[in-house]
Design a binder for this molecule. Structure first.
Ligand SMILES: [Zn+2]
Length: 500
């Protein structure tokens, strides 16, 4: 069944299964490659939500959809469905501190480790050995050296190795003082964390993002309520200090730290387009192809590069949707096809949480969500379909169509480990199908899983396996074709319930 390549189809050779439409030939490696170099090139500056860079990329996607002939179904006849992110961060202007009587500058000299307000004043107790639990720290401001983490607790993807070490070390140090009742914790960086101080400050200064009146990612997520203003930091307020502070602290052990928050609204957008189906009845049902156009923007330098370009994450899913759109524009199915690029996925699935709560077509008429997320890396023959097994599977009928499509296209060996509730990465809950699945829309995610370049500036177009991306796209496209033309829409598994 290999060799359903474009040219053979274009010349009308008979060697294709009846299940494969002629428009399958329009899923072309050359298009995917060209589009990915455009979307994940340095000029897009990493497409970070809440910046003009996400908006530039969104306009680029919309322009591609227009050229393909996809109809806009967003706000005011546009391709854009706007939503408002609520951003909460430590105020660089209103946060202040002193140590041993000398002024400190937030992010330069100290990093607040919680995204919450705090006031810390008074004498500091130096605890040289945090493992010594006989020292009574109740009600005291404690300063202590950073504790080296258990190597198994250090993440293996995302950021630089120094940043990953420092993050795990901060957690390990905080754990030493959990439930010991300290008033505040000043953690003094070691050499490695000192070297990662600026990147850590850049990451922490970003704060958090949320969206109000949206669907849920997790079962316990508040919804349709005012977002709570963060109270004082739950637990012990903690700070990371530069290593040079250790001597000063021991000579003159006093400090004063005042952390203030600021909260503001900032726009993001989904990009939504439609190709009408041919059946007068079934065209009122929709197959939803999903991706996210945002990534992590311009951050700190790793290996001489500061553009976190997000070629695999999620340039690959995004250009796959364009290829599928070309095929459906040429040869529509019975049902309609909806293309949704979700904004601000990297900020917590904000665009999909918004669209699932405010869909541009009735949610009950969305028959399946096919989410493409990171589809161009790792071994050429392996891939994952998330939502393939309980408790993540919500439609055995949709999974059966996806498996049939895989047998006719990519023929990937499917790794089921990444879809298990026991997998340490919790991969299933980290992309845009989740808010829809939770609302009982049959949903799956196509992915080639994590890799060493994930969420670093090394995730570039030149590292993508284009033949593999092409097969992944063919697989996604053909699944959607099956769903669009099935006499009966895929049903929801009885008793479906996500584990969190
Ligand atoms: Zn992603």
């Amino acid at each position: 069944m290999v060799g359903f390549a474009g040219p053979a189809l274009a010349q009308g050779r008979p060697a294709r299964a009846a299940e494969i439409p002629a428009a399958y030939a329009l899923i072309r490696e050359a298009d995917l490659k060209r589009d990915l170099y455009a979307m994940a090139g340095d000029a897009m500056r990493g497409r970070e939500a809440g910046t003009p860079d996400e908006l530039r990329a969104s306009v680029w996607v919309a322009e591609q959809l227009r050229a393909i002939g996809v109809r806009p179904v967003g706000d005011d006849g546009s391709y854009f469905q706007w939503f408002t992110m609520v951003r909460t961060r430590v105020s660089s202007v209103s946060t202040s501190g002193t140590l041993a009587g000398q002024p400190l500058e937030v992010w330069k000299d100290f990093i607040p480790l919680g995204n919450a307000g705090a006031d810390v004043t008074g004498a500091v107790v130096w605890v040289a050995n945090s493992a010594d639990t006989t020292i009574d720290v109740r009600g005291k401001v404690v300063a202590t050296p950073l504790v080296a983490p258990n190597p198994a607790s250090v993440r293996t993807t995302t950021n630089s190795p120094e940043v990953r070490y420092a993050q795990a070390a901060v957690t390990a140090t905080q754990q030493r003082f959990a439930r010991r009742g300290a008033a505040a914790l000043l953690i003094v960086a070691d050499n490695t964390a000192d070297g990662a101080f600026d990147p850590l400050a850049i990451l922490r200064a970003r704060g958090t993002y949320d969206v109000d009146r949206a669907a849920r990612r997790f079962a316990n997520q508040p919804t349709r309520a005012e977002l709570p203003v963060p109270a004082r930091q739950a637990g012990t307020p903690a700070f990371l200090l530069r290593g040079v502070m250790a001597a000063r602290l021991q000579q003159t052990p006093t400090t004063e730290l005042h952390v203030r928050l600021e909260r503001f609204e900032t726009p993001s957008t989904n990009i939504v387009g439609l190709l009408r189906g041919t059946d007068p009845v079934l065209r009122n049902e929709y197959v939803l192809y999903s991706s996210h156009q945002d990534h992590d923007g311009v951050r700190y330098v790793i290996g001489g590069d500061s553009v976190w370009a997000g070629a695999d994450d999620n340039g690959t899913g995004s250009v796959a949707l364009l290829a599928a759109a070309r095929a459906f524009a040429k040869q529509p199915g019975k049902r309609s096809v909806l293309f949704v690029y979700h904004g601000a996925e990297e900020r917590g699935l904000l665009g999909s949480r918004w669209h699932a709560a405010h869909p541009v077509v009735p949610l009950a008429q969305i028959v399946a969500v096919l989410n493409g997320e990171m589809m161009g890396r790792n071994h050429p023959d392996s891939a994952s379909l998330l939502g393939i097994q309980p408790p993540h599977r919500n439609s055995a009928e949709l999974v059966a169509m996806a498996l049939r499509a895989n047998a006719l296209t990519g023929k990937f060996v499917l790794d089921s480990l990444w879809d298990r509730p026991t997998h340490p990465e919790g991969w299933y809950f980290r992309s845009d199908h989740v808010p829809y699945a939770r609302l009982n829309v049959p949903s799956v995610m196509y992915t080639t899983n994590l890799h060493d370049d994930y969420h670093t500036p090394r995730d570039k177009p030149e590292r993508i396996d284009y033949p593999k991306l092409t097969r992944m796209t063919q697989w996604m496209y053909l699944t959607g074709w099956f769903v669009a033309n099935a006499p009966k829409r895929p049903g929801i598994d009885p008793g479906f319930k996500l584990e969190r």
